[in-house]
Design a protein around this ligand. Structure first.
Ligand SMILES: NC(=O)c1ccc[n+]([C@@H]2O[C@H](COP(=O)([O-])OP(=O)(O)OC[C@H]3O[C@@H](n4cnc5c(N)ncnc54)[C@H](O)[C@@H]3O)[C@@H](O)[C@H]2O)c1
Length: 323
């Protein structure tokens, strides 16, 4: 590690989640003093049990509340706002909690930063869902998206878009350094086994010798980024002086159909010759047909691109699931 955050005070919301816990772990390795916040709505305390350090403090709190109530004047150099249910089954189970954490909490945390350290940096966990079912391919940051404002995914997609708007207002009108990372499908150890996302669902089914469920024909595409690549992209985004006020896609542009993904995962768990168990179900509403990030901005601005192959990342993830 490069000690890039030596002595920096960092707040991570959603710290007990999949990405939040990896962010906390890497920040500690990079020399930061970290405060993690979570209310465990979709997170898991076990995710942080692997990450103990005297430089980590944890508060159980709901970040949709005024931040002063639980942060009590503490000053941070960086706030990473990563709290939010992230998978369709969870955000559909908690639609109000989802739109509140991406909007009200974003505003509350930005107000807190403005009041306590207006020189600090705010990083918002945006999403490729901001592009909806995209009509442009691959998706560039300049594409405005094709999003249903009132469908079963809207509590997530539209609140992430409003979260971006709030960051833009604080950046333009109040001169706060906000940066948005549009995260594309990311996987790795600690991703929730039951949260309905493609990779954990397929691995879980394969390990239990249950059929892997493909919604629709399976010809829809996804691109998968390994978690360590994503975290490195986020770190570079937060440190790069030219990235103030910028929105950057971070994801892996290698594209796979959902059917290919099922076959690859089955063969990672069993030998080549074993025939994958697959069942098909109807496609849910507003399911995007193609997803692939254009990462030329991340390459140019952050000198970042993914380094972990799908094969290597899957191996590590399957190993973790097997444990
Ligand atoms: N994993 C991905 O592929 C992906 C893709 C795009 C965007 N994102 C974004 O990254 C962030 C993290 O996603 P994840 O995959 O780690 O999901 P996750 O569900 O594992 O983690 C989210 C965490 O936020 C916590 N949380 C939610 N609401 C809260 C609140 N009001 N107060 C305090 N804590 C709260 C949850 O308990 C959980 O621990 C989310 O904002 C998500 O939208 C993730």
């Amino acid at each position: 590690m490069l000690n890039r955050f030596a002595g920096k005070k960092v707040l991570v919301t959603g710290a007990a989640g999949f990405l939040g816990s990896h962010l906390v772990e890497t920040m500690l390795e990079e020399g930061a003093m970290v405060m993690g916040i979570d209310n465990f709505i979709t997170g898991n305390a076990d995710n942080l049990s692997e990450v103990e350090s005297e430089n980590l403090r944890f508060i159980e709190a709901d970040v949709t509340q005024p931040a002063g109530n639980y942060l009590q004047g503490e000053v941070f150099d960086y706030i990473f706002h990563f709290a939010s249910p992230a998978s369709p089954p969870f955000y559909q189970k908690y639609p109000r909690e989802t739109y509140l954490v991406n909007t009200v909490a974003t505003d509350a945390l930005l107000q807190y930063l403005q009041a306590t350290n207006p020189e600090g940096t705010f990083i918002f966990a945006g999403t490729s869902e901001a592009y909806g079912d995209p009509l442009e391919h691959p998706q560039k940051e300049t594409y405005w998206g094709n999003v249903n404002p009132n469908g079963i995914r809207s509590c997530y997609d539209e609140s992430k878009r409003l979260g971006e708007t709030i960051c833009g207002v604080f950046n333009r009108d109040f001169e706060i350094d906000t940066r948005i990372v549009r995260i594309f499908n990311t996987y790795g150890p600690r991703i929730g086994a039951e949260d309905g996302r493609v990779i954990p669902s397929f691995i879980n089914s394969a390990l239990h010798k249950r059929p892997m469920t493909i919604f629709g024909s399976g010809s829809q595409t996804r691109s998968y980024c390994y978690v360590s690549d994503l975290v490195e992209g986020i770190l570079r985004l937060s440190l790069e002086p030219r990235a103030k006020g910028e929105t950057v896609n971070i994801g892996n542009p290698e594209e796979y159909t959902v059917s290919q993904t099922a076959n690859i995962i089955w063969r990672e768990v069993y030998e080549e010759s074993s025939e994958p168990m697959i069942e098909h179900k109807d496609l849910p509403g507003d399911d995007p047909t193609r997803r692939k990030p254009d990462i030329s901005k991340a390459k140019e601005l952050l000198d970042w691109e993914p380094t972990v192959s799908f094969e290597e990342g899957l191996k590590k993830t399957v190993e973790w699931f097997s444990r």
